[in-house]
Design a binder for this molecule. Structure first.
Ligand SMILES: Nc1nc2c(ncn2[C@@H]2O[C@H](COP(=O)(O)OP(=O)(O)OP(=O)(O)O)[C@@H](O)[C@H]2O)c(=O)[nH]1
Ligand SMILES: [Mg+2]
Length: 335
């Protein structure tokens, strides 16, 4: 329990209220929690601390791919199939490129509206306000809140294959990369960075010409990847499936849900789920501390002062080391 809650009975009451309501399945409490996280309200951190012990049950699935690849359409169908299997599904749509809730996400919202009437589906769009690290931290926190509220699986959609997306995808246990037929750029993007993090490939829009060729190209890429060829044969091995879907015809969807589940089973059986969790916890705590240091530095300095310091250092009147030392002391870092 936080110090504040020990001192202030009222604060404690509010805290238990939102946390308890969220844990008991109150969707409004979950929605409120997500807003607190997005707006970086300090109280969110205390609530999340309370929620931590209740999370850790959800299978987190990232869905990524180039703009227009068919991610949202696929997701909508996957959610329907998961509901048929009686799962309670969370969806987070992340748009790192837009400071506002962009047009694409708005379109997705409308498309997903039919799902949001279902009390066992929780959908939330998120747009980036601050830096990259801020977005992936907020996504992780929203996922934690949904996880504690009993949603499983939780699907995260991100557009594109840049650094922000890769960062966000680190939250996921299973990363699904969606590529549409005839999009050579997709393959380039996949080559450029997403190959290492892909666990399942989906070639969407298989009702269009060229789908088989895209499947063949992806299979070829995978067979060339040296890391995968060098795998230790004594350990469980995940052969990355390349699946085809025609979401608008409802084709191939159950197979994608099966592949998701198989990948999760593989992570559990191989012990990778546990080792990943350990690595993630460490990097999360490190990121929280670094974030606090950055904030403290921001609070204790002004732009004018920075300008002065930069001028002094570039004129060689001062040096970066002693300036850093002074600032470290100012924010309470002792050597
Ligand atoms: N023919 C065909 N079109 C599809 C299929 N799936 C999606 N589309 C179309 O492709 C376009 C883009 O689909 P979205 O699902 O919005 O793609 P997205 O990857 O979520 O797009 P962004 O979020 O904007 O990056 C839409 O016009 C869809 O109707 C499919 O299976 N077949
Ligand atoms: Mg989309």
């Amino acid at each position: 329990m936080c110090r504040l809650t020990a001192w202030l009975p009222r604060c404690r009451c509010i805290l238990q209220n939102i946390v308890e309501r969220l844990l008991s399945g109150d969707r409004r409490a979950l929605a409120r929690m997500v807003t607190l996280i997005e707006n970086e309200i300090p109280a969110a951190r205390r609530y999340l601390a309370e929620l931590h012990q209740h999370a850790g049950h959800a299978h987190i699935v990232g869905v990524t791919g180039a703009p227009g690849a068919g991610k949202s359409t696929l997701l909508t169908h996957l959610v329907r199939e998961l509901r048929r299997r009686d799962r309670k599904v969370g969806v987070v749509a992340v748009d790192p490129t837009s400071p506002f809730t962009g047009g694409a996400i708005l379109g997705d919202r409308i498309r997903m509206m039919e799902l949001s009437g279902d009390s066992n589906v929780f959908i939330r769009s998120m747009a980036s306000r601050g830096n990259l690290g801020g977005l992936s931290a907020a996504t992780r926190d929203v996922v934690r809140a949904m996880d504690a509220a009993g949603y499983n699986p939780i699907m995260i959609e991100t557009v594109g294959t840049g650094q922000a997306e890769v960062e966000v995808m680190r939250t996921a246990h299973t990363v699904m990369v969606v590529a549409a037929p005839g999009m050579g750029d997709d393959i380039q993007a996949i080559k450029a960075g997403i190959l290492e993090i892909a666990d399942v490939f989906v070639v969407s829009k298989a009702d269009k010409p060229g789908a088989d060729q895209t499947v063949a190209e992806l299979a070829m890429l995978l067979s060339l990847d040296p890391m995968r060829r060098m795998h230790d044969k004594t350990r469980p091995y995940w052969r990355i499936p390349v699946l085809k879907t025609a979401a608008i015809k409802g084709q191939g969807i159950p197979q994608v849900v099966d592949a998701m589940q198989q990948h999760y089973d593989y992570l559990v059986e191989s012990g990778m789920l546990a080792s990943r969790a350990q690595r993630q916890v460490r990097s999360e705590v490190e990121a929280l501390v670094l974030h606090a240091v950055a904030n403290a530095l921001k609070a204790k300095t002004t732009e004018d002062e920075w300008q002065q310091l930069v001028d002094d250092i570039t004129r060689r009147e001062r040096d970066p080391y002693s300036v850093a030392g002074e600032l470290e002391e100012r924010i309470g870092l002792t050597h």
